[in-house]
Ligand binder design. Structure first.
Ligand SMILES: Nc1nc2c(ncn2[C@@H]2O[C@H](COP(=O)(O)OP(=O)(O)O)[C@@H](O)[C@H]2O)c(=O)[nH]1
Ligand SMILES: [Mg+2]
Length: 243
């Protein structure tokens, strides 16, 4: 069993990917359980085996607590944190090849509070993250570096290996796809502070991120899903050739 935490900035496609990758795995004869950890989710495309909205919703926090959207989200995260033991107990009996966990729309409540780390620490067995990126936010070298750093922050905060997925690739042509995969060293350097930071951070990132490849995916067409599956396998195979 592998628990896959689907993470990424708001709107990058976490919920869509959770659903379509899960359905694709099912079509490949794997068993899949879905978990929703987003208290702000309105409609889900999958039927979750556990849904955090049983415990709290952002909407209820706004209506009953008289809070604004951000306050309601923080309050909801606090309530989830208080109930983490119960959530993990409910997930414990899950028997599936893959447990796909869709995380909160605003990833900071999962990543920069204790919620993400206590959740991950409590999950038994193999676990990995899929870090979903929206390529429209990647035009410059420094943008890619910022997201790569965020992916390392995921590994640092959660202690779980994380794959980079460049999603919504159906919206891009061949030339742009090739550019997304081009080594960062070849990208146009930037001027000033941004340029300096970019080159020194890049050196550090290259040492830290091992030889993981970013995978181009589409939650709409299913492109790249087989490559995601084999990259997940490689994360747990010390003999894997990641070059
Ligand atoms: N074209 C395209 N749109 C996508 C893809 N994945 C998600 N979207 C759209 O992006 C928007 C945000 O997706 P959602 O899954 O709700 O993002 P989340 O906030 O990260 O959970 C929705 O309108 C989706 O239909 C994709 O692979 N291709
Ligand atoms: Mg979502």
């Amino acid at each position: 069993m592998l628990t896959l935490l689907v993470m990424g900035p708001a709107g990058s496609g976490k919920t869509s990917f959770s659903n379509s990758f899960g359905k694709w795995l099912e079509s490949e004869n794997y068993s899949v359980c879905y978990v929703n950890l987003d208290p702000g989710a309105e409609v889900l495309p999958f039927i979750p085996s556990f849904d955090v909205r049983e415990i709290v919703t952002t909407k209820a926090m706004m209506e009953q607590g008289g809070l604004g959207p951000n306050g309601a989200l923080i309050k909801a995260a606090e309530i989830i944190e208080e109930n983490i033991g119960q959530i993990l107990r409910k997930m414990k009996p899950f028997k599936a090849d893959y447990v796909i966990v869709d995380t909160p729309g605003q990833m900071e409540i999962f990543l920069f509070r204790k919620l993400g780390s206590i959740f991950c620490d409590g999950i038994e067995g193999r676990k990995a993250c899929a870090f979903i990126m929206d390529p429209s936010s990647l035009p410059k070298k420094s943008d890619v570096i910022a997201l790569k750093l965020l992916n390392l922050v995921i590994e640092l905060r959660l202690g779980v290996p994380s794959l980079e997925l460049i999603n919504k690739i159906d919206l891009f042509g061949n030339r742009e796809r090739a550019a997304f995969l081009e080594p960062l060293e070849y990208r146009q350097p930037e001027d000033g502070l941004r340029g300096e930071l970019t080159s020194s951070i890049l050196e550090t990132i290259s040492k830290l991120e091992k030889k993981k490849r970013a995978v181009l995916t589409s939650a709409i067409t299913g492109e790249g899903f087989r490559a995601v599956l084999s990259s997940l396998g490689e994360l747990f195979c010390s003999c894997g050739d990641l070059t």
